[in-house]
Structures are given as C-alpha cells and as structure tokens.
Design a binder for this molecule. Structure first.
Ligand code: CA
Length: 223
C-alpha cells in the first residue's frame, strides 16, 4: 500500500519512511505543503501521514481542502507535543487520528494500521478470504493455516487486494500502489507479480476481470 508522508523535517521523514517500508508499506515523501496538497488531491494513496507545520501551506489548511473536495483518504496528523488546540482542530478538520511529536515508530505503525483497518471496515486486523488469511501485524499470509513465504512486493500486492476485497482494482492503480508514479506504464510488471502470487497462493486466489483489473473475493468468475 502506498502511503504519503508529508513532513518538512527530512530526518523525521526518512525515519518514518524506513519504518513504513519495514512494515511492508510503500512510502513516498513530500516536504512542501503546496506540493503535498496537490499530490493528495490528484494521486491515490492508501493513507497520508501529515505534519501540521509545513512551508508554503500548513497541514491544517491542506487537510481542510482535501476534505472539502471529498478526498476521504485516511489521515494521521503529527502534532506538537501538548498542543491540544492542534489536536482538536485537526480532528474537527477531518483527521482520522493524531500523534504528538516526538513519537515511537511502533506507535505510528500501530495507529496507521488502525486507521487503514477502520477505513476498510475491518474490525479485526486479520483479513480472510476463503483459505487465505493476511495478518498485517506479522506481515504474514497463510493458506489453510500454512504460512506462505512472499517477497515484499508480493506481500504488498496481496495486502492491497485483500484490503479492497470484493472490488476490482485496475492494473494502473496496482502499479501506482506498488511502485509509485515511476512505473506507471509497466503493466507487465504487475502481470508478472500476479502470476508469481498465483503460483504461491493458488490459481484462483486472484481473479482477473478482463478489461478491468484484478480482485480477491470469495466468489465469482475465474480468469
Ligand atoms: Ca514541520
């Protein structure tokens, strides 16, 4: 899943990016407020981590503009320690959760998982479709209870499709989520990845919707 980190402190942004990548997410960074607003308005992210103190456009303004435009991506804001006004304003402006600085990376990841889960409508952190279960806390996928070793990109693919179970995800959306803009046109890479995952999870684990994209769900037609 592709997560945008909006933070002008390069060191903090790099630390968060490393923690996200280690937790199986695909992290992208943006330090300028106006660029961040534009990217959140025009690109697809699974969630956004938003610092409030930013150059060009502050985080609260960005948040209000996104929500006013109907962008419902889950957002975790980073607030100054002890600033309850920032927290209240942030939540009122549509943030899903907040984290006061400084924070532990483990807590950031836990809160991020929680807002992703709530957004996806899943009460339990584990998601099961048929025999296949995804445990995001352990970054583990099992088939009929047996762990299936997946490469990081393979895990990300399964994670994204399972979070969006029952919905057809286009190849372009998958390419963006897995690689960011730079591999936007490489549809072959997504096809190859899907083929590898099918070999590990079973031929019916990921369904192809001809002309639309891919889906993981309990029923329906098969490729
Ligand atoms: Ca800042």
């Amino acid at each position: 899943m592709r997560i945008l980190i909006v933070e002008d402190d390069r060191r903090i942004a790099a630390d968060i990016a490393a923690a996200l990548e280690a937790a199986g997410y695909s992290a992208e960074r943006e330090g300028d407020g106006e660029n961040a607003w534009f990217r959140g308005d025009t690109e697809a992210f699974a969630a956004i981590i938003l610092d409030l103190g930013l150059p060009q456009m502050d985080g609260l303004t960005i948040l209000k503009k996104w929500r006013a435009a109907g962008r419902d991506v889950p957002i975790l804001i980073l607030t100054a320690r002890g600033s309850w006004t920032e927290r209240v304003e942030g939540i009122e402006a549509g943030a899903d959760d907040y984290l006061p600085k400084p924070f532990e990376m483990d807590e950031l990841i836990a809160r991020l998982r929680a807002i992703l889960r709530r957004h996806g409508g899943h009460a339990s952190p584990e998601i099961s479709i048929g025999e296949i279960t995804l445990d995001p806390r352990r970054m583990r996928v099992t088939r009929a209870g047996v762990p299936v070793p997946l490469a990081p990109q393979e895990y990300r693919l399964v994670q994204y499709l399972m979070h969006h179970r029952g919905r057809v995800v286009t190849q372009q959306e998958l390419a963006e989520q897995l690689h960011g803009d730079r591999f936007e046109r490489e549809s072959n890479a997504v096809e190859a990845l899907v083929a590898r995952v099918r070999r590990k999870l079973g031929p019916d684990a990921i369904k192809t919707r001809r002309g639309y994209g891919y889906a993981m769900d309990d029923a329906g037609e098969t490729a």
